[in-house]
Design a protein around this ligand. Structure first.
Ligand code: DNO
Length: 401
């Protein structure tokens, strides 16, 4: 697998020099300053490519921009509202520009309003590093008592409703503010300047839009985008829902094996692929990750390797981010399946045999603490993850294939 590293661009406190020292070969980045729905111009893409090719001191980095994560599909396109057709044309132009710049893998996701969601960004892991965590009760506290979403109570079990009521009653104001910030503004990909009212307005766009409707809209998107991707040599990599179960009454369509199967069946072309995110899919006990990696192997255009520890067998469940080789999923079997897929591609002479992987998330630990890295995207936590994954990949390659 090609070892890559996410870099949030020139303002990322974790620099390209740090990535270089971590021993990565490729960079995953995006034009984070371009709003969803707008065109990424070739000039801006080339500028970023050039930044990736150089270290902060100007010397060559020998790293290339391998994967775009993500070209966001705007909520207008997802919901098919407003001038979504214009925005879809812009999306196509962005893909053409990326293809012209020789960038071949583009990740995206189908989650409305928020990208990924956690309730705690600094939870003390047993190794004393700070981890990302999702707590089902905290989510219900936010949804029912802080946001006050209409109909929210109907989307939780009686037990969760009771626990949320008691927890909310015991919460101080600063705890409520922190929880709100973590959910609506704490993570890269979230709306940094949204107030609670803005957030409610954005959720309201989705009132009455069912899973079936979002699924249909996604297939409409793919029916236009995938044939173009084939033509220009770009592979699309749909990221699973994170967490992989419904939140905030929003439609949710990419959480399970059946969800991905129906997407692959709907538009049956090689460019229609997935980001195999072990951490997202792994937050449901009914997703058997090694099996999914085997079944969907040919569709895997990009891999995120990390491990979550599910804190119960329920769906939804609370979970936290564990060490990369620990947690609830068997990472070694996943790696073995991905390496087997690469071997299959090589022996059948298919292109793109080398699957780009990145160590996804990491604890805030050692020198990360206070260094201001994006939550989950600290230097040393990810360096540890990559080092463990790299060792596992080399050992499996050497001894078991
Ligand atoms: C969590 C995140 C990201 C994010 C993707 C999809 O899973 O670290 O991978 O969800 O960029 O947009």
């Amino acid at each position: 697998m090609k070892q890559t590293w996410r870099w949030y661009g020139p303002n990322d406190p974790v620099s390209l020099a740090d990535a270089k020292q971590a021993g990565v070969e490729g960079i995953v980045t995006a034009l984070h300053h371009v709003p969803p729905g707008d065109i990424w111009t070739l000039a801006e893409i080339e500028k970023r490519k050039n930044e990736v090719a150089h270290l902060p001191d100007g010397s060559p980095s020998s790293m290339v921009w391998d994967v775009v994560e993500s070209v966001f599909i705007s909520d207008d396109i997802k919901a098919q509202v407003g001038d979504w057709r214009v925005q879809l044309d812009n999306y196509k132009q962005t893909l053409k520009n990326l293809g012209a710049a020789n960038i071949r893998v583009v990740a995206y996701h189908t989650m409305p309003v928020l990208d990924w969601t956690r309730t705690d960004l600094r939870w003390k892991h047993h190794n004393t590093g700070l981890a990302l965590r999702y707590d089902v009760i905290d989510m219900a506290v936010f949804d029912i008592h802080i946001l006050g979403r209409k109909g929210a109570s109907e989307t939780y079990s009686d037990e969760i409703i009771e626990l949320a009521k008691a927890r909310f009653a015991a919460m101080a104001n600063d705890e409520k503010a922190k929880l709100t910030h973590n959910i609506i503004a704490g993570l890269p990909g979230a709306g940094e300047n949204w107030s609670l009212d803005d957030f409610s307005d954005r959720l309201a766009v989705w009132n009455g839009i069912s899973d079936e409707q979002l699924r249909k809209n996604h297939v409409d998107f793919l029916s236009e985008i995938i044939p173009l991707s084939e033509e220009i040599g770009v592979r699309m990599a749909c990221h699973p829902d994170d967490p992989p179960f419904p939140i905030l009454g929003l439609p949710r369509i990419m959480s399970t094996k059946d969800d991905f199967q129906s997407m692959f069946d709907a538009v049956d072309l090689p460019a229609n692929g997935m980001t195999f995110c072990t951490g997202s899919l792994g937050a449901r006990g009914d997703n058997d990750l090694p099996e999914l990696a085997r079944v969907f192997g040919p569709h895997i255009h990009f891999a995120h390797l990390r491990n979550v520890k599910r804190e119960s067998d329920d769906i939804p469940c609370s979970f936290h981010e564990d060490n990369h080789l620990e947690g609830s999923s068997n990472m070694l079997h996943v790696i073995k399946a991905l390496l087997s897929e690469e071997a299959r591609r090589k022996s059948s002479g298919e292109g793109a045999a080398n699957i780009p992987m990145r160590p996804d998330h990491g604890h805030e630990m050692l020198g990360d603490i206070g260094a201001g890295g994006n939550p989950g995207y600290t230097a040393i936590g990810r360096l540890r993850g990559l080092a463990e994954l790299r060792g596992a990949m080399l050992a499996i390659q050497e001894f078991s294939l």
